[in-house]
Design a protein around this ligand. Structure first.
Ligand SMILES: Cc1cc2nc3c(=O)[nH]c(=O)nc-3n(C[C@H](O)[C@H](O)[C@H](O)COP(=O)(O)OP(=O)(O)OC[C@H]3O[C@@H](n4cnc5c(N)ncnc54)[C@H](O)[C@@H]3O)c2cc1C
Length: 430
């Protein structure tokens, strides 16, 4: 690097930053990837799954990476106070799996190694304190050690993005725009984990949890199987946690105490506790993502699909699109906002803007109907299926009539109409 000047700097070595760096490096561009952590991924929190399609686009050899389990079961666990109904979709596949669980400290490290193998420079333990600007253009970064200069800076510093805020590309999120995610990891001997989840040596389960302690607020739980650990947690809207005056760890404890969830983690050893924010992810709340000499990618730009638990795939894709735009701008010798606007055009043609648009007001509608989804549906599902366990001496007709009357009294049909109309509107929208 001459006089600390390089073609591109990427701040943050999460999925978004590393994808931008590897895209630039593969095209022969000189790129410096910076991360504040001692080891990439050490402090990065997620559920979670990476999604094969975006991963293979960037890491063709991902199968050699530190994957935990291939997901072959998607489960929805609906809880009432004591009971539960599970809906499970198990799929058979010819060694092609749409998602894999990974441990971020291992996965992010491996991804950075691939970027370095392709020619990127990587500096860990390097905190970027601020962007250096000149005449309205970003021209470099100030770290805790020294200044580095570049033709292009890509901001991939995650959900809190102080750097995007510094140059006015991000405003402060409101509590209602953020979910707090709490996660615990439990170790269980591999054979016991596989027996408990009915999975074999490489296959695994991804589950979403609705209701029970998470009822009547915008909150959803998750559970994933790794090789010999289970990740379990929830995401809840910050303003609803405040409104319900519940502390995040108390809610986590209640979730773990529910009999259905307790059975999954029985005798398992708690080895990790973490918490992290996620933006709510809708198009109206996405800030401007480029300016003179700079682009914003991944969580820093708010690219999250909260409905489908997708974040790493949007991070990787946005990193790749920003990388491609940077290559074009560097070759043209023009890194002005006019040229970098190509990044937003690419985002608009991709699933990122399309999916964020689809979900634009979904969260508002879900919030308005949260009691129906998180209380009423689990209650009725449990009640309906309890009929299967009704060898209780009562005539069946009486049991059916009771169930029917409960369903009618609950108003579920009337309460489901707004959700049905909303879903239909989304499907019919061009
Ligand atoms: C509990 C939880 C569960 C999730 N589950 C899933 C899931 O199952 N599947 C999924 O796809 N997504 C999931 N997500 C979302 C996913 O984790 C994020 O969307 C994804 O990590 C975003 O990647 P990123 O590279 O933009 O940011 P991050 O992964 O947050 O990476 C940002 C990087 O920037 C570095 N950094 C920050 N500031 C600085 C600075 N000033 N200087 C230098 N370095 C800096 C950090 O150290 C970090 O390495 C989950 C998130 C949470 C919190």
């Amino acid at each position: 690097m001459d006089n600390n000047k390089i073609q591109a700097i990427v701040v943050g070595a999460g999925p978004a930053g590393v994808s931008a760096a590897i895209t630039l490096a593969k095209a022969g561009k000189k790129v410096l990837l910076l991360d504040r952590a001692d080891n990439p991924g050490d402090k990065n929190v997620f559920g979670g799954c990476i999604y094969t399609q975006q991963t293979v686009d960037i890491f063709y050899n991902y199968i050699d990476g530190p994957l935990e389990r291939a997901i072959t079961e998607e489960k929805i666990i609906m809880l009432t106070d004591k009971d539960s109904v599970d809906i499970s979709y198990r799929y058979k596949s010819n060694n092609e799996y749409p998602a894999y669980t990974v441990i971020r400290s291992k996965w992010d490290k491996w991804c950075v190694e691939q970027a370095v193998k392709n020619g990127a420079y990587f500096a860990p333990k390097t905190l970027v304190k601020e962007l250096i600007t000149e005449n309205g253009k970003v021209i470099g970064v100030q770290t805790q050690f020294e200044k580095y200069y570049a033709d292009i800076v890509i901001i991939a510093d995650g959900v809190n993005s102080l750097l995007a805020k510094q140059i006015g590309l991000r405003h402060n999120f409101k509590d209602s725009d953020m979910t707090l995610n709490v996660k615990e990891v439990f170790r269980l001997p591999r054979e016991r984990l596989e027996d408990r989840f009915r999975v074999n040596t490489i296959l695994g389960t991804s589950a979403r949890i609705i209701g029970g302690p998470l009822k009547d607020m915008f909150a959803m739980g998750f559970m994933y199987t790794n090789k010999d650990t289970i990740s379990i947690g929830y995401g809840a809207s910050l303003d609803e946690l405040k409104k319900n005056k519940i502390k995040p760890y108390e809610l986590m404890d209640k979730l773990k105490e529910h009999p259905t969830i307790a059975a999954y983690i029985k005798d398992a050893e708690l080895i990790e506790y973490s918490a992290h924010m996620i933006p709510e992810g809708c198009l109206d709340k996405i800030p401007k993502v480029y300016d003179n000499g700079v682009m914003v990618v991944g969580d820093a730009a708010g690219f999250i699909d909260n409905i489908h638990f997708e974040g790493t795939n949007l991070a990787m894709l946005s990193g790749k699109l920003a990388g491609e735009t940077a290559i074009f701008a560097l070759e043209k010798g023009d890194t002005s906002a006019t040229v970098l606007s190509m990044y937003y055009k690419k985002l608009k043609d991709s699933i990122i803007v399309k999916d964020l648009d689809t979900h634009n007001n979904t969260i508002d509608v879900l919030k308005k109907n949260i009691n129906t989804i998180t209380s009423l549906y689990p209650e009725l599902a449990c009640k309906a299926l309890s009929v299967l366990a009704c060898a209780n001496g009562k005539p069946k007709k009486e049991t059916y009539n009771e169930l029917f009357s409960d369903i009618m009294k609950s108003g579920v049909i009337r309460k489901s109409i707004p959700l049905g109309i909303f879903a239909m509107g989304k499907c019919l929208k061009k």
